[in-house]
Design a protein around this ligand. Structure first.
Ligand SMILES: [Mn+2]
Length: 287
C-alpha cells in the first residue's frame, strides 16, 4: 500500500554501479508518495564509470520514475555528492523538473529547520587524499559483492534475516568507528553554527537518527548495502526506514554464474540503455 509522506530523503544510490539495489529502490518509491523528494548526493556514480559502468534496466527505470514524479508536481531537489561532483557545475539548473542545488534548508511541517548536505566536505579522507578514498571505494565495492554471495549462502541454509558484511566491518574496525564519529561530530558542529535544528546528510553509508546537544543528526544511509531512507511524516516527524523487510529472493544479476542464470526478464546492461538514459537526462536539460 502506498504511504503518503511529506518528504523523502535518499542518498548514495550509486546508479551505474553493480552494487546499486535499483529494484528495491523502485519498490520503495512505489510505496511512498511525497510532496518533496530530496536526493542527497552520490545518486549517479561517475567514479565507477571509468572502471566500467553497470547500467541495468532497473537503474534506467529509477531515472525515468524520478523524472515522471517531477513532471507530476513532486518537488525534487538534487544535491551533488563527491561521486557525482560533475553535477556541481550545474548548480541552480533544472533537469526536467529536478532542481540541482549545492545545499538546502528544509522547513519541516512542525517548523523545524534542517540543513541538507551530502557531507563529503566533512570527510577528511575524501577531502585531502582523494586516491585513498578511491582505493577505499574499490575495497568497499568488493565487500558488498562478497556479501551478495554470503546472503545467497544464508538463504541456501535457511538462515533468516539480512546480515551486512560491510556493516559488520564498519562496526568492528576501530578506525572505521572513529571515522564515523569524527564525521558525525563535524557535521553536527557545522549545523549548530548555521543555527538550524537538524542536519540531513549521506556520504558515509551509515543510516542514523540521533540527537546531539540539541541538534538532530540524520543520515539517509545508502541503496548499495543497507537500503535505507529518511521520510518526514505529514506532522513533521522524521523516520528512518530500513527497506530490507523481505530478503532479496535472488542473487544480484551480475553475481550469478552465467551457466546457472535462469532466463531473465531484465536484460544485461546494454550500451543502448546507457545511451537512452543519457539522452533522457540531456533531453530534459534542454527543456
Ligand atoms: Mn559520498
Amino acid at each position: 500500500m502506498t504511504r503518503r509522506v511529506r518528504a523523502i530523503f535518499l542518498s548514495d544510490i550509486h546508479l551505474g554501479t553493480r552494487g546499486c539495489q535499483a529494484e528495491r529502490l523502485l519498490d520503495f518509491l512505489r510505496d511512498h508518495e511525497a510532496e518533496y523528494l530530496f536526493l542527497v548526493g552520490d545518486i549517479i556514480d561517475f567514479w565507477v564509470m571509468n572502471r566500467g559502468i553497470q547500467w541495468s534496466a532497473a537503474q534506467n527505470t529509477v531515472v525515468q520514475k524520478l523524472l515522471r514524479r517531477a513532471r507530476h508536481g513532486e518537488k525534487i531537489f538534487l544535491i551533488p555528492g563527491n561521486h557525482d561532483e560533475a553535477l556541481r557545475e550545474y548548480l541552480d539548473m533544472n533537469f526536467g523538473g529536478i532542481q540541482v542545488v549545492g545545499e538546502y534548508i528544509h522547513a519541516a511541517a512542525d517548523g523545524r529547520r534542517y540543513l541538507l548536505i551530502h557531507g563529503d566536505e566533512f570527510d577528511q579522507v575524501t577531502r585531502h587524499h582523494r586516491w585513498v578514498a578511491m582505493l577505499g571505494d574499490i575495497a568497499y565495492n568488493g565487500l558488498v559483492r562478497i556479501n551478495a554471495w554470503l546472503s545467497w549462502l544464508r538463504r541456501r541454509f535457511n538462515r533468516p534475516g539480512y546480515w551486512s558484511l560491510a556493516g559488520y566491518a564498519k562496526r568492528k574496525v576501530k578506525t572505521a568507528v572513529s571515522f564515523i564519529f569524527d564525521f558525525e561530530d563535524s557535521v553536527i558542529r557545522a549545523a549548530r553554527e548555521r543555527g538550524v535544528d537538524g542536519v540531513i546528510c549521506g556520504h558515509i553509508h551509515s543510516a542514523t537518527i540521533r540527537e546531539a546537544n540539541g541538534i538532530t543528526y540524520l543520515n539517509c544511509g545508502d541503496w548499495v548495502d543497507s537500503c535505507t531512507a529518511i521520510v518526514e511524516h505529514l506532522d513533521g516527524r522524521m523516520e528512518l526506514i530500513h527497506y530490507h523487510a523481505a530478503a532479496p529472493q535472488h542473487l544480484p544479476q551480475a553475481v550469478i554464474a552465467p551457466s546457472r542464470e535462469p532466463p531473465s526478464r531484465s536484460p544485461r546492461p546494454r550500451p543502448r540503455e546507457v545511451e537512452s538514459a543519457i539522452a533522457a537526462v540531456a533531453d530534459s536539460a534542454i527543456r
